[in-house]
Design a protein. Sequence first.
Length: 138
Amino acid sequence: MMGTELVVYTDGGARGNPGPAAIGFLILNQKGDELSKFGKKIGNTTNNVAEYQAVIEALLWIKNNCSTKVLKVEFNLDSKLVVNQLNGLFKIKKGHLREKILTIRKLEQEIGGNIFYQYVPREKNTIADGLVNSSFDK
């Protein structure tokens, strides 16, 4: 069965927390070819909101741009908190973050396939991190 397997690196950050924030993501196919690289400012918010928004924007890109069935998506984030919340290991106490999770769950269902979230050290997430930082300079 033919289908798409993707590897995604996301990052979000705020200067000040809360403060001016930006997101970035990199999406690769199963061969390691770059499908999309994106970064943008998202206004004033917290680091956690920016991390979640980066995941949402990557999921939206996948939903709107993958013409073949998505079998697997492997997300890589350098936020242990967000990874553990997305994997259901940590509770989400703040309502505005629960809303982000609900948006993510809805997008996951629309995309289908198996979607995984894993923690990677910042050194393994340099492209997404760089997209966040360069977005501040635009």
